[in-house]
Design a binder for this molecule. Structure first.
Ligand SMILES: [Zn+2]
Length: 429
């Protein structure tokens, strides 16, 4: 007797009428039309069953603090950093834990079951580090939380920052972070990249740097990041987050740079909601979109994810843990409108970030963890179009969240009384 059987599902790769059999928290079988006795059987009704959403770039220590102690008036990255600096002395362990747990509840409701969160290590007390390590342990049964030691105020700009970061790693923080474009000089930014990559190589850690988050086409720290990755043999373990300066770079230089990035097998995280909000603030018109070159990086063979980055904090006044919202914005900013590109946008919030985080047992294949989401959509493009309702969310074969199908009751003369926003079946490509 199976623990759980999902029948008549459509998978993100387009396979239809698929049954997914679950035993002991793992996927036992993925086969067309399978019927077998199970403790629980769910008819997916032809809707999309996806592996869970993954957010490769988030800040759980600042999430849900919007308006404390005031709102970001200029809307820039730098005012956001200053505002977070004002807020930090007032933080308490309990308040960070409470807000982070509330956000993780939202995440589970949205089928977001793995988050890489940066955690600010600038404060010598490491208050956010202790709080998020506590949260990591508490949410572990239902959500994978990976933490990045993030020297928000700069590694070389702030005395003691390297030591604080090393202490955070020793306490159990998983990944080495950094912010080279915020160091005092370009040279110090490059030096910070070298120090952080060497530290990661020495400790066998992954790297994920906030990198070139500006509209300055001369901000080229990702070049150093690719070079150090290559030199130290860190291939596949290093991610460049944001890389917004690439939006404004000269095409000739960008073509050389993308080849170097591909050679180093860098991961890339674009944060479309935040990039379009924070970048271009010094422009008049035309005003740049500020997101890195996503389709070109994918074409060069790089693994590109869309992150959410911020929700209701000093940098962003919106968000609700919905990775489909990030995918929706990314699709528009990068004009990824072909059928293949829309699928890639869905991969950028599922399989691609899972690869960047190094998640084990992720996916819809026999042997993987029985973690998945049933969406009120028929395919990935429709899931993005509708920011589809998560009808059911399962973790290790156990249902952890449900939402009713969004169906409106109309009261129109001569028209059927119920309407859903599902589209007619798509024509074949
Ligand atoms: Zn960030």
């Amino acid at each position: 007797m199976l623990d759980l059987l999902i029948t008549n599902a459509t998978l993100p790769d387009g396979r239809r009428h698929i049954s997914v059999a679950v035993q002991d928290g793992r996927i036992a079988e993925v086969t067309e039309g399978l019927r077998a006795p199970a403790h629980e059987t769910v008819d997916a009704g032809g809707l999309l069953l996806s592996p869970p959403f993954v957010d490769a770039h988030f800040h759980l220590d600042s999430a849900l603090t919007y308006g404390q102690p005031r709102v970001n008036a200029s809307g820039t990255l730098l005012e956001g950093i200053a505002l977070w600096g004002e807020l930090k002395p007032t933080l308490t362990h309990e308040a960070i834990v409470e807000r982070a747990l509330a956000y993780c509840d939202w995440a589970v409701a949205r089928g977001l079951l793995a988050i890489r969160s940066h955690v600010d290590t600038s404060d010598p007390r490491l208050l956010p580090v202790h709080a998020l390590l506590d949260v990591k342990q508490r949410v572990a049964p239902y959500l994978d939380l990976q933490l990045v030691a993030f020297p928000q105020d700069g590694l070389l700009r702030r005395p003691g920052a390297l030591e604080n970061l090393q202490r955070a790693l020793a306490l159990g923080v998983d990944v080495v972070g950094g912010i080279p474009h915020f160091e005092r000089t370009y040279a110090e930014g490059s030096e910070s990249v070298r120090i952080l990559c060497a530290l990661a190589a020495e400790q066998g850690k992954r790297v994920d740097l906030h990198c070139d988050e500006s509209d300055d086409p001369q901000s080229r720290h990702v070049e150093t990041l690719a070079c150090e990755t290559q030199r130290l043999g860190l291939h596949g373990r290093v991610t460049g987050s944001h890389l917004t300066s690439m939006h404004s770079m000269d095409n000739d230089y960008a073509s050389k740079l993308m080849a170097l990035m591909a050679e180093a097998q860098l991961g890339v995280v674009a944060n479309p909601l935040i990039n379009v909000t924070l970048q271009g603030r010094h422009d008049t018109y035309p005003r740049r979109r500020g997101m890195t070159r996503v389709p070109e990086l994918l074409a060069a063979g790089l693994t590109v994810a869309f992150g959410h980055d911020c929700v209701l904090d000093p940098w962003y006044a919106g968000g609700s843990a919905d990775m489909l919202e990030a995918a929706h914005m990314g699709l528009h900013l990068a004009q990824m409108t072909s059928a293949q590109a829309m699928r890639q946008c869905f991969e950028a919030v599922t399989t691609h970030p899972a690869a960047l985080l190094g998640l084990q047992g992720y996916g819809l294949a026999p042997g993987c963890h029985a973690d998945f989401v049933l969406l009120h959509a028929r395919d990935p493009a429709e899931a993005i179009r509708l920011r589809a309702t998560r009808l059911g969310v399962w973790r290790r074969g156990r249902r952890v969240a449900s939402s009713p199908a969004p169906v409106a009751q109309l009261a129109l003369p001569g028209r059927p009384g119920q309407v859903s926003l599902l589209a007619p079946p798509r024509p074949p490509e």
